[in-house]
Ligand binder design. Sequence first.
Ligand SMILES: [Zn+2]
Length: 76
Amino acid sequence: MERRTCTGCHRCLPLDSFPRAGKRGHESTCAMCTNDTRRLRTPLPAIKSDPVQVRINNTFNLWHGPVSRAPLRIAA
Ligand SMILES: [Zn+2]
């Protein structure tokens, strides 16, 4: 069994742990590292703040004062 050293994690792994790149040859990184770089390349979706929720939150804070949300998170 042919083995190759991954350029990402520097582990010596059998060739079938490297995903295929094109007709012949394999990626220079193992399947795990290829997945990692692919995951890092795709940016996380931006969290859109809902203006209505922001206004409700601000009203709540104005009325009750900013409180810890930890008990609410446990209840939910
Ligand atoms: Zn690797």
